[in-house]
Design a protein around this ligand. Sequence first.
Ligand code: SF4
Ligand code: SF4
Length: 198
Amino acid sequence: MTVKKAIHYNVIQNILRYYECPDTCKAYCCKNGRVHMLEDEFRFLTEKDQEKAKNIISDSNIPHLYMMNTPCSFLNMIDRCDIYDKRPTVCGLYPFKVNNSGVSLGLQPCPLGFLIIRDFSSWIMDTISRSNIPEDEKAGKIKEWQNNLDSYETELSEFHIKPILKEMQIPFDELDILSMFLFSKNALKNIPLCTPTL
Ligand code: SF4
Ligand code: SF4
């Protein structure tokens, strides 16, 4: 199984196509983030630009894994990625992040990530409100999700200088459903797809 298949990369692309990075975010993920890459991606970037690739170091903790020192040397003067179509897998996935569970992905509450968290939470709360569970249980679950959403909104403030962000963990099967939900919602509204910013 390829890495991209294992992490449901295509599903994430289908989700991200409905979102756009706000202009207020100056590519903080490329300036402050942890940009890991696999050996073949490291080799590709070295062939692409040997000078810029000097900013990539070997991750001493994990064999065959590399890390870009940030700010990334492939970020251009207007905060756009110079290798967008060939960017490393972690860049194409962000603000989703791989974790060790093998059954879910993390979602970080950067400005773009929070928009997805908000839509995902609204969808879950809507599903709960239409379910057949007792009304008091329903109200309790919705309140819990609302409180959770509020906590991610708090996390969003100054997110780019926080060493660790509280991530929402979303199981792969729920990501599949979210992707289908966004597709049907936007098809109904006839909204054109976005071109991601970075
Ligand atoms: S993915 Fe998030 S951190 Fe990166 S540019 Fe977009 S909004 Fe900013
Ligand atoms: S998206 Fe491009 S500029 Fe940003 S970290 Fe990845 S390779 Fe660098």
